[in-house]
Design a protein around this ligand. Structure first.
Ligand code: COA
Length: 392
């Protein structure tokens, strides 16, 4: 430890307040989260993604004139620099994962745009950088995906809402309105979620005075881990395994869960799509997305509900006294699959909406102006004179 008066923090900094924020909060015991003063679930149920994005930028819901002005501002910010567009195929085919290509591409956009350290910018300039980063993200992700799978590029459809345009640009086909709305609700529900690892990362980076693109790129790295945002396709892999074992027969689902999940738990493995660092009751995002999945329809959603119920029973038996709820990932995967988003794009799609939250926190941290710099406790051998070692 660097100073003797520094209190030591719990493992993983659990429960430590690292910032004051007006962006939102998560109430783990109540199963509730909000953006500014509004329930995130209600926002997802009633508003468009652009309206909620505006809320995260401005702190209030847009009036009609503000909505139109924001749409025009966002449209202008979606254009990719020509120099970057030309590099996307090489990035897409070189990178191992779409998020890796996206991080590299976003860095190039920021370089082309001439992003500067956040501490050298006015609040209005930082806001413009934040809008640019969010606006360009789904465009880059869709273009990189098309290039990675060798499909013809689809220009970002102007005038469509973000979710519909994204689905179109990723799949190459105009989406059914129900699918666009389902993806929009998913995107709204994942904009922000307290001081999670990637949001904290974004705040740490911008607290050094670095540019906002660096904060987002670092946050993407944190999000890529399976304990954070990298799990939705793994949750779906489990559903696949169970469906393969039963031949998609719902009647055999519970027995297959007992066998497959039971063996994993016995081996000390974690079941993807379950457990949460903060929720000790139902995750409100899983409640929302379960309803969205059932609304979009399909036998897969019905079977996922059976799997969920049985896994929750097994987890309760496995860890009595510890609530391990279904987290956002299980039904997020079911919704995205039903809407035609390929599995490789699940985490990138999550990243696209979370960029709104990262930027809101980064702007708040930049305005606050202090550098995040915790301490560490030294636990190595006692310090000894180097000379003694050299002589020996
Ligand atoms: N399956 C089985 N056991 C689980 C579990 C899961 N999904 N999640 C937690 N546990 C167990 C742990 O093994 C641990 O048991 P132990 O005390 O015997 O070691 C206990 O519950 C507490 O786990 P801990 O890692 O302290 O909880 P956490 O709050 O730090 O973990 C997650 C949160 C999300 C990292 C964790 O639940 C997890 O790994 N889930 C699976 C991955 C996933 O779905 N990620 C997406 C998150 S949105």
């Amino acid at each position: 430890m660097e100073t003797t008066d520094t209190a030591s923090a719990p493992r993983g900094l659990r429960g430590i307040v690292a910032a004051d924020t007006v962006v939102g909060d998560v109430r783990g015991l109540e199963g509730f989260y909000h953006y500014h003063q509004y329930s995130a679930v209600e926002l997802a149920e009633h508003l468009s993604l652009e309206e909620v994005w505006f809320l995260l930028v401005e702190g209030h819901l847009p009036a009609a004139a503000e909505r139109a002005a924001f749409a025009a501002e966002v449209d202008a910010a979606r254009a990719l620099p020509a120099a970057v567009t030309g590099l996307l195929p090489a990035l897409a085919t070189t990178a191992r994962r779409p998020l890796d290509a996206y991080r590299a591409a976003l860095g190039l956009v920021a370089a082309q745009d001439g992003f500067r350290p956040s501490m050298d910018l006015t609040a209005a300039e930082r806001r413009a950088d934040a809008i640019r980063l969010v606006a360009v993200t789904p465009v880059l992700l869709a273009a990189l995906h098309r290039a990675a799978v060798g499909a013809r590029p689809v220009p970002w459809p102007a005038g469509a809402g973000w979710a519909a345009a994204y689905l179109h640009a990723v799949t190459g086909a105009e989406p059914a309105p129900g699918h666009a709305r389902a993806v929009e609700q998913y995107l709204i529900s994942t904009i922000d979620h307290g001081m999670n690892a990637s949001t904290f990362t974004a705040r740490v980076v911008v607290s050094t005075g670095a540019d906002l693109a660096s904060a987002v790129i670092a946050a993407v790295g944190a999000l890529s881990g399976p304990r954070h945002g990298g799990a939705p396709s793994r949750a779906l892999d489990l559903l696949d395994e169970i469906d393969a074992a039963t031949g998609n027969d719902p009647a055999g689902t519970e027995a297959a869960v007992d066998r497959i999940v039971g063996a994993r738990l016995a081996a000390g493995e974690r079941i993807m799509g379950f457990g949460h660092a903060v929720y000790r009751t139902e995750d409100p995002r899983s409640r929302l997305l379960r309803a969205v999945a059932l609304d979009v329809g399909g036998a897969r959603a019905d079977r996922a509900v059976i799997v969920e119920r049985r896994v929750l029973e097994l987890l309760a038996r496995h860890r009595p006294g510890r609530v391990l709820p279904t987290n956002v990932e299980l039904f997020a995967g079911v919704v995205m699959e039903a809407c035609g988003i390929p599995r490789s794009m699940f985490t990138p799609t999550f990243a696209s909406s979370r960029t709104i939250g990262w930027c809101a926190h980064a702007l708040e941290q930049a305005a606050e102006g202090s550098m995040i710099r915790p301490a560490a406790r030294y636990t190595g051998p006692p310090v000894e004179p180097l000379g003694r070692v050299l002589v020996a």
